[in-house]
Design a protein. Structure first.
Length: 202
């Protein structure tokens, strides 16, 4: 499968890039600073560009079977990626999101409510941007999945990922970057969570 990855140079993005290559996929990494991507592989290509470069974004997604976005709270970039995917006829879109994005199947949960309130107060722009990005994804005609997480850590992969909605006593506060990378990669070929927003944790 041909996968285009936005956010490949981050800590989780590098893990995801390597996982995808090890699994035999062809990966196109979109990078503002390609030198930060410390991976070389015959099935890896890199497209250099900023998140407002429509031409470069289209080049990166043109031949993809699926796109994974992990650029963070950049709603305008998300809209540009959606536009490029529509132009190229690419449907599968897997997007990293956060617990600041609600879902109709969530239930009230004090610990997540406190965390979201803290983020909204301490980082209001990031809070607004991640919610706007999720809104743009949900409004699209793509086969999208919003993968919601509360906190990431750098512990070793456990292979034990809980999936559910907040407030049901299934999903906790934290997941390893390695486990999240594996979950994101699995979604490109798994339709279980198409047009839904699963929350994950260890």
């Amino acid at each position: 499968m041909r996968i285009t990855l936005f956010g490949a140079t981050g800590r989780m993005g590098q893990l995801l890039t390597q996982l995808a290559l090890d699994a035999g996929h062809e990966v196109t990494a979109y990078a503002r600073t390609p030198g930060k991507l410390r991976i070389t592989h015959p099935n890896l290509s890199v497209v250099a560009g900023q998140l407002d470069d429509d031409e470069a974004i289209l080049e990166a997604v043109r031949t993809a079977d699926a796109v994974i976005e992990g650029v963070g709270s950049e709603s305008e970039a998300t809209r540009r990626i959606i536009t490029a995917m529509n132009t190229a006829g690419v449907k599968r879109f897997v997007v990293v999101s956060t617990c600041s994005v609600p879902d109709p199947d969530d239930l009230p949960d004090a610990k997540f409510k406190m965390l979201v309130r803290f983020v909204k107060t301490a980082a209001p722009r990031a809070y607004a941007e991640v919610r706007a990005a999720a809104q743009a994804v949900r409004a699209s005609d793509l086969d999208w999945t919003l993968v919601r997480v509360a906190k990431l850590n750098d512990k070793a992969a456990s292979g034990n990922v809980k999936v559910g909605n907040y407030g049901h006593g299934v999903v906790g506060l934290s997941v390893t970057r390695a486990d999240m990378a594996a979950f994101l990669l699995a979604q490109v070929s798994d339709g279980t969570y198409v047009r839904s927003a699963p929350a994950i944790s260890n």
